[in-house]
Design a protein around this ligand. Structure first.
Ligand SMILES: CC(C)(COP(=O)(O)OP(=O)(O)OC[C@H]1O[C@@H](n2cnc3c(N)ncnc32)[C@H](O)[C@@H]1OP(=O)(O)O)[C@@H](O)C(=O)NCCC(=O)NCCS
Length: 177
């Protein structure tokens, strides 16, 4: 019923609507002000990942119900206007591939969609010779990543445009050989 495909630039309006819905409903750990300030920068679409063919859309019929991706570039999190944007390439021999921007529609959570996108990302990163993956998780995302073997490394605050900070957790995982 749920299918995975790579996202295209034509998907961007649907992806942006999905991301807003997911953030505003599924992140009660953050204040409304934090979420509104983070949308479009920390939470948003990165056209570079779509152009790279490393961003996935989970669909039911033609509707996009989830998204998430991986990257061989250094940007650790966020959309086109990420405060940490750096599109230079990682080196699979020494660096961890990035796992980024997972958002599931509130009506479609706890059905394994986030997990299936995560497995697709890990497989693609392994096929690109990465042996480790790393992500910057929201507080809401930690249980998903923990159950898939990611270990928390540090908590820090991402600066927001309104002067506030968004607490996030950097997590890492070694890919099976
Ligand atoms: C976090 C998120 C991506 C999880 O997606 P999902 O498709 O619901 O995850 P899955 O169904 O694959 O969950 C797999 C397992 O992860 C754990 N898990 C996932 N969401 C959880 C939650 N809200 N509370 C506790 N455990 C959770 C559970 O062990 C779950 O297995 P179970 O349902 O059999 O108990 C989704 O809730 C979401 O979009 N949240 C808002 C956006 C966000 O913060 N994204 C993370 C960005 S880093």
């Amino acid at each position: 019923m749920v299918s995975l495909r790579t996202a295209t630039l034509d998907d961007i309006p649907a992806l942006e609507a999905l991301i807003t819905e997911s953030v505003m409903v599924l992140q009660p750990e953050y204040t409304r002000e934090q979420r509104v300030a983070a949308l479009g920068s920390v939470f948003g679409v990165d056209r570079r990942m779509i152009a790279d063919g490393t961003y996935f859309a989970a669909t039911v019929d033609t509707a996009i119900v989830g998204c998430g991706g991986w990257s061989r570039r250094k940007t650790p999190f966020g959309g086109d206007r990420s405060p940490a944007k750096d599109d230079s390439f990682l080196d699979p021999a020494v660096d961890a591939a990035r796992i980024r921007a997972f958002f599931i529609h509130p009506a479609w959570t706890r059905r394994g969609i986030g997990s299936s996108i995560l497995r697709a990302c890990e497989a693609a990163a392994a096929a690109a010779s990465f042996t480790r993956v790393e992500l910057t998780s929201t507080l809401a995302g930690v249980p998903l990543y923990a159950v898939h073997g990611f270990l928390p490394q540090e908590e820090f605050g991402v600066p927001l445009a309104n002067g506030g900070k968004l607490p996030v957790i950097r997590m890492t995982k070694a890919l099976p050989a």
